[in-house]
Design a protein around this ligand. Structure first.
Ligand SMILES: [Zn+2]
Length: 255
């Protein structure tokens, strides 16, 4: 499916937005994010979201973690986007974000990691994809600007579920991935977390035989580890794990 839309993206719509300039407004990001979150909530088979009321400890933990990053002072849309975290009950090693800041983490990824700092690193990476508007750019390339504007105006709700499913394995360019890694370091540098937390995920992947689908187009996790560590060094950020971290509390709170 990804190949099909990548092929479509190589057609006319790409030529029209080849400058990389986003003409979809920030307000449109927010509206599209709200609509996608509603659509995702209406697809419990595909997205078995843990209800907030049933998992208060897990959500309090995830909200606090996300907030430390959002309030790092390094985001462009910290106050404008309607940031919100959702936990999906599935073994997949994945996380994704909508335009406008709806963040989805799979329990498989949370359980694969073993430090709060590493989860914060991946959270920073996902937040960067929304805040730097990578998600908006990729969706614009894939579907064309007019289709996305149509959705925001309420004209084409049929496309929403397709976009929701695309988001799960949205393939970013190498430069977007590097930029999201770099912003994760910049954000975490202003929090109590180890600034190179995002590298923890890739380090752990190297030690296992698992290759998540969303990384299959980016086969060099070791290069990313080096780039993340080097940037943390260059910015003179702390890479000491946060002493008050309580990761087990989160793990125990999951089903
Ligand atoms: Zn990414």
């Amino acid at each position: 499916m990804r190949n099909a839309w990548l092929a479509a993206a190589a057609g006319l719509s790409l030529a029209a937005c080849d400058s990389g300039i986003n003409i979809f407004s920030v307000e449109d990001d927010i509206e599209l994010g709200e609509q996608l979150a509603e659509e995702i909530a209406s697809m419990p088979e595909e997205f078995p979201i843990l209800p907030r009321e049933d998992f208060p400890v897990a959500y309090t933990y995830m909200d606090a973690l996300a907030l430390r990053i959002i309030e790092s002072g390094e985001l462009r849309y910290a106050d404008r986007f309607q940031w919100e975290v959702f936990i999906i009950h599935d073994d997949v090693l994945n996380a994704f974000v909508t335009p406008g800041g709806k963040i989805y983490f799979y329990t498989g990824l949370i359980e694969f990691l073993d430090r709060e700092d590493d989860l914060a690193g991946v959270m920073g990476h996902e937040i960067a994809h929304a805040d730097r508007r990578h998600s908006t750019q990729q969706l614009t390339k894939a579907y064309g600007l007019s289709a996305l504007v149509g959705i925001v105006l309420g004209n084409d709700p049929g496309l929403l579920s397709e976009i929701a499913q695309t988001l799960v394995q949205l393939s970013f360019s190498r430069s977007d991935e590097s930029e999201a890694d770099a912003y994760s370091v910049r954000y975490l540098c202003e929090t109590p977390y180890a600034a190179n937390g995002a590298a923890g995920f890739f380090r752990q992947l190297e030690g296992s035989s698992i290759v998540p689908e969303f990384l299959s187009t980016h086969p060099n996790p070791s290069n990313r580890v080096t780039a993340i560590d080097d940037l943390a060094d260059e910015l003179e950020c702390s890479t000491e794990p946060w002493q008050d971290a309580t990761y087990q509390v989160l793990l125990d709170a999951l089903p």
